[in-house]
Design a protein around this ligand. Structure first.
Ligand code: SF4
Ligand code: SF4
Length: 363
């Protein structure tokens, strides 16, 4: 039997105090004032009966189900998972019991009952090739479904790099003509939560913000919540002191790697990747890829699959001290912008991905 969130938490062994602390941490991660933590706790704890909870419709398109796995399978039970008790998840093909006509009826009933108020979550890209025939659900192309359901949505969450930027399906040569949600929908507020997959806490933070304030959090130029994508992996990486000292692992099992030296020369894309992995971490804060000994692949950036090789070092200088000396010698002006991922392309994100390369300094 479903009770209030607080009752559900108590049954799971989570105290009110722990819940309040969780909300305060979430607010602080999102750079909100302490009062926002209390507001979030109150908004979520006073979630109304199931029939009146904010409606969420979740459409999976051209995807691998990794985003759903990330959100639902991180660890159990989770406060993140329990947040879903605050919303009414009215349609999600992977998680819902209904199938076929019943599922479609549930979708249309939720759209009708919550017209203009529901939150639409999309994971997966939208294939435009062959009139959308590459991916169809209930006899409709993903393109048709997206347009139909987006019409009555209050806001849209593009979850994962495929929905946010096209992701793997859009990788060269993009056989299905995959595009992102924002490439199709132009008249609704859209928040991008990229990552392959995205971090569950980021999703929870965005949901909590929407439930508490009825709006999306502040976004960067790529439509990502600034609170979670405002800094690079490199900015907050615990291996950063080794980078600054010019100490780099040369192979994944050499002495430097065992001592925790920087993975830059092994292809780490941390310096040009905006995400919260280094601070929020994964699996309930257990670890994250760089802590496990593998460089960042840049999964929360547009076109990361086509970025020039996962194990190829970035073209920016590996030794920052040498870079500074070189810059001083040639009188180079810092701030020359070259996006590793979008080099040479027109990109609204350019200023958000500024890095100075050795090539720039040598000009
Ligand atoms: S290059 Fe990668 S491993 Fe090295 S400090 Fe930056 S993020 Fe960490
Ligand atoms: S460390 Fe980099 S590649 Fe790994 S999940 Fe985080 S952003 Fe994605």
């Amino acid at each position: 039997m479903q009770g209030s969130l607080i009752e559900t938490l108590a049954r799971q062994g989570v105290t009110r105090r722990t819940f309040m602390k969780y909300c305060a941490t979430l607010a602080s991660m999102m750079a909100l004032p302490p009062s926002a933590g209390r507001a979030m706790a109150e908004a979520m704890a006073s979630a109304p009966a199931a029939s009146k909870r904010p409606s969420v419709i979740w459409l999976p398109f051209q995807e691998c189900t990794g985003c759903t796995e990330s959100i639902t399978r991180s660890h159990s039970p989770t406060l993140e998972g329990l947040i879903f008790d605050v919303i009414s998840l009215d349609y999600q093909e992977t998680l819902m019991a209904a199938a076929g006509h019943q599922a479609e009826e549930a979708l249309h009933a939720a759209m009708k009952a919550n017209e203009g108020k529901y939150l639409l979550i999309v994971d997966g890209s939208i294939p435009l090739g062959l009139d959308g025939a590459y991916s169809c659900i209930a006899g409709k192309s993903n393109l048709e479904s997206l347009k139909e359901v987006a019409k009555g949505a209050a806001a849209i969450v593009a979850m994962g790099s495929c929905a946010a930027f096209g992701g793997l399906p859009k990788a060269n040569p993009n056989p299905t003509g995959a595009v992102s949600v924002a490439d199709v929908i132009k008249d609704k507020p859209i928040v991008n939560i990229p990552g392959c997959p995205p971090i569950p806490t980021v999703m929870t933070g965005v949901l909590a913000h929407f439930l508490t304030f009825g709006s999306l959090p502040e976004l960067d130029k790529l439509g990502r919540p600034k609170a979670f994508y405002g800094e690079t992996i490199h900015d907050r990486c615990y291996r950063r002191p080794f980078y600054d000292q010019g100490k780099f692992a040369k192979t994944f099992d050499d002495e430097g790697a065992r001592k925790g030296w920087c993975l830059f020369e092994l292809g780490c894309k941390g310096p040009v990747t905006y995400n919260a992995c280094a601070t929020v971490k994964w699996n309930g804060g257990t670890s994250w890829p760089v802590e496990s000994g593998h460089g960042c692949l840049g999964c929360s950036e547009p076109d990361f699959w086509d970025g020039g090789g996962f194990y190829k070092a970035l073209s920016m200088p590996a030794n920052p001290l040498k870079m500074a000396a070189k810059a001083a010698a040639v009188g180079a002006v810092a701030g020359v912008a070259v996006s590793f991922f979008n080099r040479g392309k027109k990109s609204a994100a350019k200023s958000a991905h500024e890095t100075t390369t050795l090539a720039d300094l040598e000009k």
